[in-house]
Structure formats: C-alpha cells, structure tokens
Design a protein around this ligand. Structure first.
Ligand code: NI
Length: 236
C-alpha cells in the first residue's frame, strides 16, 4: 500500500491484522519459513473477505531449541517482545488501535501476551490452528500424527502456496507420550544439541509425510474464513 491508501483507510477504520511466525527448520520436507508463510497467507486471504489491511509479517522470532539445524534464525524473547511492542506502538500511533495478531509459532504466545499487556492498543491474539473448523480438519486427517512440530497441516499449506518436496519413503517419527506433550506445550523445548539428538530429522511427533497440497487448500480456506469472521467480531 501507499501512505495515501493507508490514510484513506484509517479515516474510517482502526483495525489491522499482524501476522507472525518463525524462521526455523520444519523437518525434512517442511520449509524453514513455514510458520511465517502460513500466518501471512491466511491473513491475506482473510483480508480479502473482511476488508482488513495486513501489516508485513513478523517472521523472525524466538526458536533457540532449533539452532542445531541449519537455516534457523532465533531472536531472544526480550528482543522479540520489544519488536512486537514497537510495531504495535507504530501502528497505534497512526490510529490503528485494534490489532489482531495471527500467530503461527507456539513459542511466540508468551511474549505476544507480554507485549499486548504493555500497550494501550486493543490486541487480540490467535493461533491459526486453534480455530474450531481448522482443528476439526486436523484431527480428522491426522489425529495424533499432527504432533507438535513440522505438522502435516502446516506443511500442507506451504505445499499449496509454495512447493511440495517429494519423500515417498518418509516414515512416521517417534510417537510422543502425553507426558511429553504436556511438559513441552508452547514450544518449551531444551538446549539445541539435546533437541537435535532427541529429534534427529527435526519433526517433533508430527508425521509431515501425511501432508497434501489438496489439504492445504482446504486448511487455508477454513482458517481464512474463521479469521475473517473473528476479525469482524473484534473490530465491530
Ligand atoms: Ni511450525
């Protein structure tokens, strides 16, 4: 957009969608930018439906546990929190006071909530996989194999929007115990060396071999529909 277009928009509206993800390994067939790509693509599609504008995505985020895998870029929690806060402040400065953050990376949630608590702008934070309709598709297609990282659902979306890496022989990863899932929610993983040792190909309980570009089309549509509706309820 040009600044003139933004000026016209803010004359009558205060809402903006801010996608955020991460830049980290996503297993042997998942793209490094998966989390940022998913949040951005869903936001763009939703915006077409609900008339929102979408700020450029905050792609860099904390992912220290994946630093044992080439290509991962990780910010400290402090820097990410401050980045979010300064972006929110800039948007609010122009009158964009209702900021809908669409998240694509579990480790972002705590710092996002921290930043939201330190601003006067009204902020709603949702992760795209939490929408009910999206969750229904995830459990129907993948069940427990959705897992925690390099999930077939996120890989499906990037197979549709970007490319599919063929891996016909990709076996299922080690299955996670309920104890492990509980103890590591919100991406509370350990040191990079231990994390790579425990999950050598980068997948954490997720069988990304089940991903299909056709699934990606439906996941994207379902998430965008849900985001558009939730955004409208937020700004109205
Ligand atoms: Ni991810």
């Amino acid at each position: 957009m040009t600044w003139l277009e933004v000026e016209t928009y803010i004359a009558s509206r205060q809402g903006v969608i801010l996608p955020t993800g991460s830049i980290e390994q996503h297993g042997p067939i998942g793209l490094i930018g998966t989390d940022a790509i998913c949040a951005r693509e869903i936001s763009w599609r939703a915006a077409d439906q609900c008339g929102a504008i979408v700020a450029p995505e905050l792609a860099y985020a904390p992912a220290p546990f994946n630093m044992g895998f080439p290509g991962t870029v990780s910010l400290s929690i402090e820097v990410y929190t401050e980045l979010v806060l300064q972006v929110i402040s800039s948007l609010a400065h122009h009158g964009l006071n209702k900021i809908y953050i669409l998240n694509g990376h579990g480790a972002n949630l705590a710092p996002l909530r921290e930043a939201a608590g330190r601003t006067n702008a009204e902020v709603r934070i949702r992760s795209w996989w939490d929408f009910e309709s999206v969750n229904a598709l995830r459990s129907e297609w993948y069940g427990d194999w959705e897992g925690m990282h390099a999930t077939p659902s996120e890989v499906s979306i990037t197979q549709h929007t970007h490319r599919r890496i063929e891996a016909p022989d990709l076996a299922a990863p080690r299955k996670l115990t309920q104890d492990y899932i509980r103890a590591h929610a919100g991406d509370r993983h350990g040191a990079p060396e231990a994390h790579r040792r425990d999950f050598p190909d980068g997948r954490v309980g997720s069988h990304s071999g089940l991903a299909r570009p056709e699934h990606g089309i439906l996941l994207l549509k379902s998430a965008a529909d849900a985001l558009a509706a939730d955004y409208l309820s937020f700004v109205e």
